[in-house]
Every structure is written in structure tokens, then in C-alpha cells.
Design a binder for this molecule. Structure first.
Ligand SMILES: *Cc1c(COP(=O)(O)O)cnc(C)c1O
Length: 297
């Protein structure tokens, strides 16, 4: 299906939306381009954070638009800082909730207050790539807010919780008016059949989310104990990842950990020099990481 008809239908039913309020892309990476292409023209700008998923900034800059990067505040998106950067040429504000790589989030109250202040004047994208990992009561469900805020666009992906990154499938949801505009920038046939069918099946496996979150919680507690024992500062909030601050260069650590069979993300490229990011996985992998870290340090 060139427009992922059956998947949009199923997602619409799940979220109580109209199927035309959803656009499926070749990963959430592609839907970022739909939003920017649809709403920006020469001279426009987008606003996001300096230390977040870098693709919003990259797509904007490569497309010839200005990206205004507001520094995180206590590892968290700074709402006031972002509002202060808005001018007449600001078209989209991107918020990553919870933030990759710091795991911090805006709660329902903070997100709604921000959307009230924007008052429909710009598009607000809330990227919820990691929302299935968040169990906090006050974590907002962006999709449920679309009816109240027609300028709100929410991104989701099958790459993280569902582990389907290699199949490349993600989507956006928004009001009919806004999605009808973004559809003009949408590439049809960019999502393959296998990805569409697998995503449909993944939605029918809610126990997977439960099991994964149980594992993540347990292994986060293990990492917290072990990294504290090693005296390594860590940034650990929501999501299935943890940032660790090393007393050595992260690119050197990356190479040395690779030689021990452990692959981590070096964070210099995310503007966090000397940090690495770990994805939470099975206990054996976490033990191997701690052993390797101890050895290289
Ligand atoms: C991984 C990720 C995406 C996009 O992932 P896709 O594999 O392209 O679906 C988008 N936003 C954030 C914050 C991510 O971490």
C-alpha cells in the first residue's frame, strides 16, 4: 500500500483519530522532512534544543533554513528559552519528549502551558520516539492533545520499543488541516510491505512493552549500582538509555570498548564530549559493558 492504508486504519482506531490524520514514513526520520518541507520556505527558521536528536537541525540546515538551538536547562528542554527565540519567521518548534539522549521530559502541565503560549501561531512537533518506555503518570500522550491543539504534530516510530529500526517505519499524527498540508510533501511508496505488515503485528503484542519495561527498569538499577561503584557520573531518566560521563575521550573509549566486543554510542557528535550513551539490553550485555568499562578505565 503506497500510503500504508491498513496501518493508518489500525493506528486511527487505536488513537481515535481519522486515518487521514496519520502519515507513515520511512522511519520517523522521513516524517521530519515532511514537516519541514511542508511548512518552511527561504528565510524561515525552526527552534529546538542544542542537545537532542540532531536530525531536526540537520534537515533544516541542509534544506537552507535556520535552526535556532536553545541550550538545555538541567538536561531538559527549556520552554522559556524556546519561546524567547520565536520571531515572525519561526515555523516549527521541535520538542523531543522524552529527550534523546538525556531522558528528561515535559509533563502534561508543562507541555499544555507551552502550547497555550504558542497559541496556534507555529507548528509544535512533539517527537515521542521513546514514549512507550515512559511509565510516569504525568507523562503527556501527545496524540490525545491533537484535538485541543490543531497546530500540534506528534512523531512516533517502530524503531525503538518495537525494535524494528532496520525495517524503517515511523509516523506522524496531527489535525486534518495540518496533515493535509504535510501530505503534499509526503513521499508515497517509501514504506515497504514487510515494514507495514510487521508494524501491524507489533501493535497486537502489548505484552512486549510490559516485558521490555520490566527488563529496562531492572537493568537501569543494576547500571546505577555498578556505575556508582566505579565512580562514573550518569544521566539517567526516562527511556531505554543512559548517558555516562567518562574521565577519558569518548571516541577513544568507543574504540577500546569495541575491542572488548561492546558497542556504545560516543556522544561528541551530540555535543556531549566525554560522554557515552548505553542502550539498556539483556543482563549479560550489561555485565559485559561493566566488565569492559572497568578494564579500559
Ligand atoms: C530514533 C529516533 C527517531 C527516528 O527513528 P526512525 O528509525 O527514523 O523511525 C526520531 N526521533 C528520535 C528522538 C529518535 O531517537
Amino acid at each position: 500500500s503506497g500510503d500504508s492504508y491498513y496501518l493508518r486504519d489500525k493506528l486511527a482506531e487505536k488513537y481515535k483519530l481519522h486515518p487521514d490524520q496519520i502519515l507513515v514514513g520511512n522511519g520517523a526520520n522521513e516524517v521530519i522532512t515532511f514537516a519541514i518541507k511542508a511548512f518552511c520556505e527561504a528565510g524561515d527558521n525552526i527552534i529546538t534544543a542544542d542537545k537532542t536528536f540532531a536530525v531536526y537541525e540537520w534537515v533544516a540546515i541542509f534544506s537552507g533554513y535556520e535552526a535556532r538551538l536553545v541550550p538545555l536547562k538541567d538536561f531538559c528542554f527549556d520552554d522559556e528559552g524556546m519561546l524567547a527565540q520565536i520571531d515572525a519567521r519561526t515555523k516549527i518548534l521541535f520538542i523531543c519528549n522524552p529527550n534523546n539522549p538525556t531522558g528528561t521530559y515535559w509533563n502534561q502541565e508543562k507541555l499544555c502551558r507551552f502550547l497555550d503560549r504558542i497559541d496556534g501561531k507555529q507548528i509544535v512537533v512533539v517527537d515521542e520516539a521513546y514514549c512507550e518506555f515512559v511509565e510516569k503518570e504525568d507523562f503527556p500522550d501527545g496524540i490525545a492533545l491533537i484535538e485541543r491543539y490543531p497546530n500540534l504534530v506528534v512523531f512516533r516510530t517502530f524503531s525503538k520499543m518495537y525494535g524494528l529500526a532496520g525495517l524503517r517505519i515511523g509516523y506522524l499524527a496531527g489535525s486534518l488541516e495540518v496533515v493535509n498540508i504535510m501530505r503534499r510533501a509526503c513521499v508515497v511508496y517509501s514504506v515497504n510491505t514487510l515494514a507495514q505488515e510487521t508494524a501491524l503485528l507489533a501493535l497486537d503484542d502489548p505484552e512486549h512493552i510490559q516485558r521490555t519495561n520490566t527488563l529496562v527498569k531492572k537493568e537501569k538499577a543494576y547500571l546505577y549500582r555498578e556505575l556508582t561503584r566505579l565512580g562514573l557520573p550518569l544521566v539517567m531518566h526516562e527511556g531505554n538509555f543512559v548517558m555516562i560521563k567518562l574521565p577519558i575521550s569518548d571516541t577513544l573509549a568507543y574504540r577500546q570498548l569495541m575491542a572488548c566486543g561492546v558497542m556504545v554510542r560516543s556522544m561528541t557528535g551530540f555535543r556531549y564530549p566525554n560522554y557515552i550513551r548505553i542502550t539498556i539490553a539483556q543482563h549479560e550485555a550489561m555485565e559485559a559493558l561493566i566488565q569492559a568499562l572497568e578494564a579500559i578505565l
